[in-house]
Write a protein that binds this ligand. Structure first.
Ligand code: SF4
Length: 371
């Protein structure tokens, strides 16, 4: 019955909302339409029993068999089907061959896994959901899932960046590496928006790369190929956004016109504080000729021309991406360090724990204010 069917999706929405990157409800109910795209009612019942941390099939089966009459073989087939559809995380232990599965967040997660399944309706629903709910969820904990690091051409010699802020060093130390088409650019094109920036710019490392390769979402590439893609992305003025971890599972190369995170963050008054960047642009007013190139290139509206026709930076808006630096014909912009260094969490698990702590603190603060 339709009523019963919606119940399972609402339960799943609440289950996913309890995870580090939550899935809040909206007034419009678009989140239920998205869940119906990702899960059949049967799959939704199973997804209700998955954690965001990967678990072996046998452990999941112990929980599922208490509520569902299903064999372990059938459960494995259903989970593998969901993995192929991109509605959960999973893979195989490369040493033992044991399979593991986990619930996926909407983003980074289920959305990115739809690279081969996009439809116009889905893209419009996703866009609506991002605007209505997701960006507020994204900034709630104060610990973002992505951070911004400077492009190479923007880094001056006396201002060396730490390893976690240097995508080249990240690429050199990780394997395997896969590349996938940028889902945001592909999605926007599908609904008549989008741009002509590079398409294949989304890099994955380690476990994420295994998963992308295994499920036909990306192709394995060498370090040299990854470095060449990075170079092209930087020349193209794309913003580098690795996962907020010292060992990120992915690096996105994003444009200010299509990226769902950047376009929605741009609507905030202070994207520079949300992104955990360690850098910001600085203008040499004596060199600036007021051409406005940097103003046009900035993805966050962090630059403007002042009354003296000189470029000026709004610190709270600057995300330290550095894409304005090589664009300046007068070499009048450089990136400088911004205050206290923000060291990313050690790994993804550490990041998710810190997001949960941040959300608990935010909730406590809200309750105190409401008293
Ligand atoms: Fe000034 Fe350079 Fe910006 Fe042009 S691009 S406005 S010269 S800082």
């Amino acid at each position: 019955m339709p009523g019963d069917e919606n119940d399972v999706y609402r339960k799943l929405q609440k289950h996913l909302d309890d995870m580090p990157i939550g899935y809040p409800a909206t007034k419009s109910g678009v989140e239920i339409r998205l869940l119906k795209f990702f899960f059949t009612p049967d799959e939704a019942e199973i997804a209700l029993l998955l954690n965001y941390q990967p678990e072996p099939l046998k452990r999941i089966f112990k929980r599922v068999k208490k509520v569902k009459d299903v064999s372990i073989e059938r459960l494995e087939a259903i989970l593998d089907g969901m993995l192929k559809k991109g509605s959960l995380n999973g893979g195989k232990n490369p040493t033992t061959g044991d399979k593991f599965y986990a619930a996926a967040f909407l983003a980074v997660g289920m959305f990115e896994y739809q690279v081969n399944r996009l439809t116009q309706e889905f893209v419009k629903d996703f866009e609506q959901y991002m605007e209505e709910a997701f960006i507020h969820e994204y900034k709630k904990s104060g610990v973002p899932q992505l951070r911004t690091v400077p492009i190479e051409q923007s880094v001056v010699h006396e201002n060396l960046v730490a390893t976690y802020d240097d995508v080249r060093k990240i690429i050199e130390t990780r394997s395997p590496i896969t590349v996938a088409p940028c889902i945001c650019r592909k999605a926007k094109k599908m609904i008549g928006k989008g741009c002509d920036h590079l398409s294949e710019t989304c890099l994955q490392f380690g476990t994420a790369a295994y998963m992308f390769k295994e499920n036909g979402l990306g192709r394995e590439i060498t370090k040299d190929e990854a470095l060449a893609i990075l170079k092209k992305g930087e020349e193209d003025g794309l913003v580098l956004q690795p996962g907020n971890s010292q060992k990120p599972g992915w690096v996105c190369m994003c444009c200010g016109c299509c990226c769902e995170v950047l376009t929605n963050a741009k609507k905030l008054p202070n994207p520079g504080d949300v992104f955990w960047t360690n850098h910001m642009s600085s203008i040499d007013a004596d060199k600036c000729i007021g051409c406005g190139t940097c103003v046009d290139r900035c993805p966050m509206d962090a630059l403007r021309l002042n009354d003296d026709a000189k470029a000026e930076v709004t610190q709270s808006r600057c995300i330290g991406c550095g894409v304005c630096v090589p664009a300046c014909p007068e070499s009048a912009i450089k990136l400088v360090k911004r205050g206290e260094e923000r060291i990313p969490p050690e790994n993804n698990l550490d990041m998710y724990m810190r997001i949960m702590e941040g959300k608990a603190q935010a909730l406590q603060k809200d309750r105190e204010q409401a008293r």
